[in-house]
Design a protein. Structure first.
Length: 381
């Protein structure tokens, strides 16, 4: 039996438990009762990890001690840790997909197949307690790995690659700035598991998961602060507390025409839906190297790296085209339209407040022009 440092093992796992319990306590008012699919997955992952941080030191403690009870604890403990590893990565993948996609129905065909595989491996681990496939406990109550463990390792690697694919696909097609660095989870977990696999007698796997989960929770807190909950766009706080705008060279400020009329006549739920549809259109037309902000109420700003008026006007044409397509294909009793103001921006000689004030003046000049052309709408504004 390899020498183990039980004091270090207990310390690292108690540290992991402390991190997660403190996280639960600090976020108890919202996190504990959320019904969102991504939060449910993350909550389950945290509970699984806390239990694993309790089981892991117990397994190291009983390993090599003779006695029937110790052997049962060794078998049950290692079985839980192995199954826990499978479902830790599974829950992480489910969390990532539900969080980034934001849909209630996030279980795709590929994810269902992976869940079936995870369930099958779980079944084999349960069978392993009676017919060793992945590991065995010898007559001296010492844990030994078998070659079958490679199947489990390959599956974990497969899931890690799948989660990276989800993240890359999201960034390519959604083009949203998110406060969720995937490396913040994968790097500590991968490092902890690799080190423990190569150095039996150390216990870094589950404490590393705890550290990764803390990073996830901090990222979620950033998102709550900087992403508008209604539209999913970046908000005004992000604009003023980040430096992203310093890399931009132009902007378009927009205001929804007749928004008060929509709210007053069709209700605030319909008004919210109108804002969400506008946000979706703006997200679609925003260049990949730009970003869109819900500035206030029904006001939005697109920031881009476009540097000439013609390119901005082409972007406006694309916006108008998508609005017309929306109005044509959706059976609404009102039409969505936007007033806008465009301008170029030089962050080296102009501050952001002055730039936005310039866009705002041009936007309201365009709004005045809109109502002059639709005089019958003025009383309903």
């Amino acid at each position: 039996m390899d020498t183990v440092n039980l004091e270090a093992i207990y310390t690292s796992n108690i540290f992991g438990i402390a991190i997660l319990l403190m996280s639960f306590y600090c976020l108890r008012s919202t996190f504990m009762h959320s019904k969102r699919a991504d939060i449910k997955n993350l909550r389950s992952l945290m509970i699984l990890t806390i239990i694993a941080c309790i089981v892991d030191p117990i397994v190291f403690t009983v390993d090599g001690h003779p006695g029937k009870i110790y052997k049962v604890l060794n078998i049950l403990g290692n079985t839980y840790l192995c199954i826990g590893t499978i479902w830790m990565i599974m829950l992480w993948t489910m969390f990532l997909k539900s969080h980034l996609i934001g849909s209630a129905n996030v279980v795709s065909v590929s994810l269902k197949r992976i869940q079936v595989m995870a369930s099958a491996i779980t079944g084999f681990y349960l069978l392993n307690m009676f017919f060793p496939i992945f590991f065995y406990i010898d007559a001296n109550n010492v844990y030994h790995r078998k070659h079958g463990i490679l199947v489990s390792i390959f599956f974990v690697f497969l899931l890690l690659m799948y989660s990276i694919r989800i993240y890359i696909s999201y960034k390519q097609y959604k083009k949203r700035i998110r406060f969720f660095p995937i490396a913040g989870f994968l790097v500590p977990v991968s490092a902890g598991y690799t080190f423990q696999m190569l150095n039996y007698g150390t216990s870094l796997c589950w404490p590393a998961v705890a550290v990764s989960l803390l990073g996830c929770l901090l990222s979620l807190q950033n998102e709550a602060a900087y992403i508008d909950s209604l539209t999913g766009l970046l908000n005004r706080s992000f604009l003023y507390n980040s430096s992203y705008y310093r890399d931009m060279h132009s902007g378009i400020m927009m205001d929804v025409n007749m928004f008060k009329f929509i709210n007053d006549n069709y209700g605030h739920i319909e008004g919210d839906l109108a804002l969400q549809n506008v946000a979706h259109i703006l997200q679609n037309i925003t260049p990949e190297d730009g970003f869109v902000v819900r500035y206030a109420g029904d006001e939005f700003i697109i920031f881009t790296k476009l540097q000439d008026k013609e390119a901005l006007e082409a972007l406006i044409d694309k916006l108008i085209e998508q609005l017309e397509n929306y109005n044509r294909t959706n059976n609404k009793q009102y039409e969505l339209s936007l007033s806008y103001g465009i301008g170029t921006f030089d962050p080296s000689s102009e501050d952001i407040d002055h730039f936005i004030s310039k866009l705002d003046s041009r936007m309201y000049a365009h709004k005045t022009e809109f109502y002059e052309q639709h005089s019958e709408l003025i009383r309903r504004h």
